[in-house]
Ligand binder design. Sequence first.
Ligand code: NAP
Length: 301
Amino acid sequence: MSKPNIALIGMGLIGSSLGHALKKNNLVAHVSGYARSPETRARALDIGFVDSVHDTAIEACADADIVFFNTPLSAIKGLAEEIIPTLKDNVILTDVGSVKKGVIDELTPLLGGRVHLVPGHPIAGTEESGPDSGFAELFDGRWCILTPSGETSLIAVEQIAKLWRDMGSEVEFMEAEHHDLVLAITSHLPHLIAYNIVGTASQLESDTRSDVIKYSASGFRDFTRIASSDPIMWRDIFLQNKDAVLEMLGRFSEDLTALQRAIRRGDGEHLERIFTTTRAIRKSVVEAGQDTDAPNFGRDK
Ligand code: NAP
């Protein structure tokens, strides 16, 4: 099969990493790009992870065989409404959004039986954003979850799965609802907790606050990394994955209350039991190749 023309709609961390990875692995005939601001479009062309940039999403997609939506979740529907009527037949639309059911519910009614939808989510990222933050190896050795409906063309699904594998990812298929529930506990709740603890610290009296920063290497700094993630992206994730996040937050609050009670009552046995279990989970994460086994994440400080 000849190499496809691919349009990147959104050229921040994920969009630019896609451009780099597609080019580095020689998977694409032409990469066209569109982002909201002229600055990002000019920067993308300068860096060179796209072959052309365009002033509108419609122009960027004119010759595309595959369109990747790499914008915040709240922008996808409007962009899809704009481009779908102008696309060639059998174009494959895909995305990288962190919540899947909302994207599917929004886009499915727009497809008109003419174009295919293969929703996706690479489980890879950093706290950085923008066109300068991407790199070709971001997806290497990381999971990419695809959540196509049973009615989606298998050829389209396989083409997107192959692209991700060729960029170094391992591909897994899932129901969208299941994806959203799993990600609520593995990604969304940890971000909410990080935003909350850093937010609480930011409201402390100024003397205490400077000590919080000074001694942050004792644990706090790891939350600050997560809590510096893009506010718009994360606003959209919590709004779109409301039910699953509230479900997990409910369980989390119950467990937190149990810990609070154990501390108040001096129940060391309860604390030790929980902390021993969580230590074993850290070991499993490392054994599953999801993190380094070097102490302190391999930092020298
Ligand atoms: P990002 O670095 O902030 O980039 C977002 C891009 O979308 C920018 O190029 C921005 O253009 C563009 N954009 C925003 N609104 C737009 C609009 N209305 N029309 C056209 N372009 C628009 O974000 P990201 O981290 O790459 O995240 C993108 C998507 O990937 C999100 O849906 C997120 O859920 C998902 N995701 C993120 C991560 C992660 O760790 N960051 C991991 C997996 C999946 P301007 O630069 O011109 O504003």
